[in-house]
Ligand binder design. Structure first.
Ligand code: SF4
Length: 392
């Protein structure tokens, strides 16, 4: 698990957002030199003054260098692995903080749209804040042109991205312009799209976007309770229909916990009967962060105790032609028949494994755990799988 932030010496007049590139790629001209920091840590000896003359914004070096002529010099990083060629970083001269906003080759790269939200889900891993964070739109618009052009998928999460309104339209438009072959996967609670007028903010994404909308039950009051928003279910369902009618792809997300699992099987039937057009259904184990930690007493269920219902629901959908995945549930608590549906769903930077996993034959295929999941959040069923059998 590689962290997203580190500290070092940042010599720069103001905070900057930079694409870090090795010397050969920097000189290829694929990115404007004024946005590029050349990584000189592993490369050949290069005259740093010449890079300044060529218009490059910065350099990254192991330690101080005697002479250079670039505006930004980053060196002496505490954890040098946080920054690598291809990445995009934000560097802050005051604190020396270096934050990775895009990691080349990561299993998930995500734009963080906003901290604001119009729901208050009981298990929200990223509790919303009402701060005015419109600056994030400007940052995303600066970031998108610096992403790798061959990126297959780019995520967006929040908060609730549709609260950006026209800002969302701008960001989706920028992705369409700068990353024409990249798909967008946007997490939204879908409620905003109950108003067909809101579809204009999504319009530049038609044909390239999957909107991932959570539905937590087939029963409206149960969903509304989980999201802590009266009318949330009706709005989300209407939003899903409006998105689909406008030509968007839709994924349904269901988080598995004590308030949702009791209706899991009827929920699967509800989705199949009412939304057979959906692109994908993700049945997801809980991420023990944010409100989920606070509400543990209401939410926690050992995955071992819902595995059988989960597998029934997943195959109910799968067998009817709806692409279905199981996220965040380790293989050793799932029946082997369900393994083909289980994904390595946890982002690299928050993924970890338990001591028992060291001797497990299927570690390379297993999702493992969220780093935030201490002992109390791990199933009693965790045990290594060896030679086709669960070990002791
Ligand atoms: S022991 Fe660890 S690696 Fe093996 S299946 Fe269980 S959680 Fe996954």
């Amino acid at each position: 698990m590689l962290p997203l932030h580190t500290h070092g010496i940042v010599a720069a007049p103001v905070p900057a957002l930079l694409k870090v590139l090795g010397i050969a790629e920097a000189l290829s001209g694929a990115y404007p030199p004024g946005k590029v920091a050349v990584d000189l840590r592993d490369g050949p000896e290069v005259d740093a003054t010449a890079l300044g003359a060529a218009g490059f914004a910065g350099i990254v070096t192991d330690g101080p260098v005697e002479r250079h002529a670039v505006p930004v010099h980053v060196h002496s990083l505490r954890d040098g692995a946080v920054v690598a060629p291809g990445d995009v970083v934000r560097v802050r001269p005051g604190t020396g903080m270096v934050s990775n906003l895009f990691r080349r080759g990561a299993n998930a790269n995500t734009l963080f749209a906003t901290e604001r939200c119009n729901s208050r889900c009981l298990m929200c891993s990223q509790p919303p804040r009402d701060d005015n964070d419109g600056w994030r739109v400007r940052e995303m618009l600066e970031l998108v042109p610096l992403l790798d052009r061959d990126l297959p998928w780019l995520g967006m999460s929040g908060g609730e991205p549709t609260l950006l309104g026209d800002g969302l339209r701008e960001v989706i438009g920028a992705v369409a312009t700068h990353l024409p072959s990249t798909g967008l996967h946007i997490l939204t609670n879908g409620r905003t799209f109950a108003d067909p007028g809101a579809l204009r903010w999504a319009a530049p994404g038609v044909g390239r976007t999957v909107w991932a909308v959570p539905l937590y039950s087939d029963v409206s009051w149960r969903h509304d309770h989980v999201v802590q928003a009266e009318g949330g279910f009706d709005q989300a369902v209407q939003g899903i229909y409006n998105l689909a009618e406008a030509g968007h792809r839709v994924e349904i997300r269901m988080v598995l916990h004590a308030l949702t699992v009791p209706r899991l099987k009827p929920f699967a039937e509800f989705v199949w009967r009412n939304m057979p057009f959906v692109d994908h259904v993700a049945l997801m184990g809980l991420e023990p962060m944010g409100y989920a930690k606070v509400n543990r007493d209401q939410l926690w269920l050992d995955p071992l105790d819902y595995a059988s219902d989960l597998v029934d629901a997943a195959f109910h959908l799968h067998d009817r032609g709806i692409r279905t995945s199981i996220y965040n549930v380790p293989l050793c608590v799932l029946p082997r028949a369900a393994w083909p549906l289980a994904q390595q769903s946890i982002s690299d930077w928050k993924n970890t494994f338990a001591p028992a996993c060291g001797g497990c034959d299927v570690r390379g295929r297993c999702c493992g755990f969220f780093a935030s999941a201490g002992e109390g959040w791990r199933s009693r069923g965790i045990k290594p799988v060896n030679g086709g059998h669960h070990g002791g």
